[in-house]
Design a protein around this ligand. Structure first.
Ligand SMILES: NC(=O)c1ccc[n+]([C@@H]2O[C@H](COP(=O)([O-])OP(=O)(O)OC[C@H]3O[C@@H](n4cnc5c(N)ncnc54)[C@H](O)[C@@H]3O)[C@@H](O)[C@H]2O)c1
Length: 503
């Protein structure tokens, strides 16, 4: 089945933020587009607004003036459902309310003719529920664009229980013809992106609630070590704390309040206080105030460094140490290491246990290093040591990372540190979505890279780190903090048994 021919009309119902963006995309792809809204004048204003945006694109050379004019001329505001007759595809982007959407689809089914594919841009409602009770639910599916629709490439093509394969294929091909990158997924809560992204926010809120450190330090670690484009606090301030917490709550409710998806009381109290983020001038940050991250002062490099865990992510760090001429000993699993803090430091990547627990198995104090996306290029990393560690050991840890050119944040002895626990949870949530039949591994990775700009897809991340590391991290967090929240699903256990220990 090929993409919908560009001569076939497309209907857009709901001419707000998303409807306008989707109408613009369809018109630029060559379709005649009819835009309908429940409120008088809104569709007309929306079409005018798209015309102005197209003119701006042409002025900035992002579209030719001819293409922008022609796309503008293809758009028409319409006043009634009957005007959508003959559409080959309708995208509904009305208010997020199941009753409203059901009523709309019942009307669309009557008004649009037999051949129209009917889609919803819902973010959180079940496509199956929206299509329930229709004469022909097979032609209904989700077509989930991201905001701003003309800019963001990802489109989730969502299969309801009754959606036909032919319809899903046409939608996938059409999205591609519109210049988008479609991924396929089943209609389950949060689809791909809004499900797999939950721990990115939740782990950070949890660390803040536990008093581990402040928002700006957590943001800096996830950006500078984790490689994420924005930290969770600055990002949710931008999205709106109310919007982000509503998504979390709706996914949690839809999963029967599974503790793995539990909302943050801290975020909810922020919303109750009206601290919604940039739009209200105050969220986790105030608009004019952004403190810097906690950074350790300069320390001298130790006389020697032992890196425990060769052949893993810390190899990049070892190369940096060697380049800085710091004497370093490396082992895959170095058993007991005899080293006095004055002589050097033993470094190990976090595996979810506290530094106290790891040190208890060693003859020297172990300084744990948080995960980084790439230790060769990271600019900051967190470390931790047991609460009762000799100050010289912590200083040696700081000094050796600084010698390799990294800014260092010293954290309390918290299990899984920051990037480590966050990435392990994202990888686990990605794997769980695949194992639950929501989407393929490739589509989960594509969705998270394009939908929320993750530097690496969750499955690729898990493959590289080794699913055994991911499982160990969750098992350790379950033991240290909460067995229900960090429960390891059976599928992840199997991956860990078969997937080896990573690169
Ligand atoms: N805003 C986002 O970031 C985003 C992203 C992806 C998906 N979505 C989803 O897209 C849909 C629209 O969201 P939005 O942000 O564009 O909302 P919006 O409030 O900007 O626009 C909704 C529009 O729908 C109109 N409307 C309401 N009921 C209608 C009806 N019965 N018939 C016709 N028009 C009706 C409203 O008048 C309004 O103009 C929602 O389902 C939302 O969950 C939103």
């Amino acid at each position: 089945m090929a993409a919908l021919d560009h001569t076939i009309p497309v209907g857009v119902v709901g001419a707000g933020t998303m409807g306008a963006g989707i109408a613009q995309v369809a018109a630029m792809a060559g379709h005649p587009v009819r835009v309908l809204d429940a409120l008088p004048g809104v569709a007309e204003r929306s079409v005018d607004g798209i015309g102005q945006r197209l003119a701006k694109l042409a002025a900035k050379d992002r579209a030719t003036a001819g293409a922008a004019d022609r796309a503008g001329a293809r758009l028409a505001a319409v006043r009634s459902m009957a005007d959508l007759a003959g559409s080959g595809l309708v995208v509904e982007a009305a208010v997020e309310d199941l009753a409203v959407k059901r009523e709309l689809f019942a009307e669309l089914e009557k008004a649009c003719g037999d051949r129209a594919i009917l889609t919803t841009n819902t973010s959180s409602l079940s496509v199956t529920d929206i299509a329930e009770g229709l004469v022909e639910p097979a032609r209904v599916a989700g077509l989930h664009f991201f905001n701003p629709a003309p800019v963001l490439a990802l489109v989730e093509v969502v299969a309801g229980a009754a959606s036909s394969e032919a319809v899903l294929r046409t939608l996938t091909d059409t999205a591609r013809a519109w210049g988008k990158t479609p991924v396929r997924c089943a209609s389950t809560p949060g689809f791909i992106v809004n499900r797999v992204a939950r721990p990115y926010y939740a782990e950070a809120f949890r660390l803040l609630e536990a008093g581990v450190t402040d928002p700006s330090t957590l943001d800096a670690l996830l950006r500078e070590a984790g490689g994420f484009r924005m930290g969770p606090f600055e990002l949710t301030d931008l999205i709106g704390q109310d919007v982000n917490s509503a998504v979390t709550r709706s996914v949690w409710e839809a999963f029967d309040r599974d503790p793995r998806f539990e909302p943050s009381t801290l975020q909810e109290s922020l919303v109750a206080d009206g601290r919604l983020g940039s739009k209200s001038g105050r969220g986790f940050y105030t608009t004019d105030e952004r403190p810097g991250p906690a950074t350790a002062p300069a320390a001298s490099p130790p006389r020697g460094v032992v890196v425990n865990g060769a052949g893993g992510p810390l190899d990049g760090f070892v190369r940096r140490l060697a380049a800085a001429r710091v004497p370093v000993t490396v082992g895959r699993d170095l058993g007991p290491v005899r080293l006095h803090p004055a002589d050097g430091v033993v470094i190990r990547l976090t595996d979810g246990r506290t530094a106290a627990a790891v040190t208890a198995e060693s003859t020297a104090t172990v300084v744990l290093v948080d995960l980084a996306l790439d230790f060769e290029t990271a600019t900051r990393v967190a470390i931790s040591a047991p609460d009762d560690a000799p100050p010289a050991a912590v200083e040696a840890g700081v000094g050796c990372l600084q010698a390799a050119g990294l800014a260092v944040t010293v954290l309390p002895d918290v299990a899984g540190l920051v990037v480590g626990r966050t990435v392990a949870m994202i990888a686990a949530f990605g794997a769980d979505a695949v194992d639950a039949g929501v989407a393929s591994e490739d589509d989960v990775d594509t969705a998270m890279r394009l939908g929320v700009n993750y530097p690496r897809g969750p499955i690729e991340w898990g493959d590289r780190l080794g699913w055994r590391w991911v499982r160990e991290m969750l098992d350790a967090l379950a033991a240290a903090e909460d067995p229900r929240r960090y429960r390891v699903p059976d599928g992840l256990r199997e991956r860990a048994d078969h997937g080896g220990s990573g690169a």
